[in-house]
Design a protein around this ligand. Sequence first.
Ligand SMILES: [Zn+2]
Length: 137
Amino acid sequence: MGSEKEYEQLLDNIYSSLPKKAETTERFEMPQFSYFTEGNKTIIKNFRAVAEKIRREPAFLSKYLSKELAVPAEQQGERLVLQRKLSGGILNKKLEEFINKYVICKQCNRPDTHIEEAGNRLQMLVCESCGASAPIR
Ligand SMILES: [Zn+2]
């Protein structure tokens, strides 16, 4: 059964000779919260890092999570402390919803966007890649 190893070697050679994926077609990698529970609290360890990665104000993201989950939230340095034990993937599900709503351009699916106030409490998501702008609902 020595051929199995040779076969893998062959595959390795094939893959390594393929050209690297072009930068422009690269899909946006969803950031994930890394968190743990402590007593009745849930602590997101990389809260500030995630906010920086998606280029949104930590306070804005914190307010969203707090409202969506109906849990008081408090920033403590790099972390966000939520006053309830949250299990399963709910936190990352909410993060994904936030990113889809407030970060990803609906035209080109890239995350290079910012939010502009358009008056009357209307916010626009403006894309720096393709120039599209769309109201946030
Ligand atoms: Zn765009």
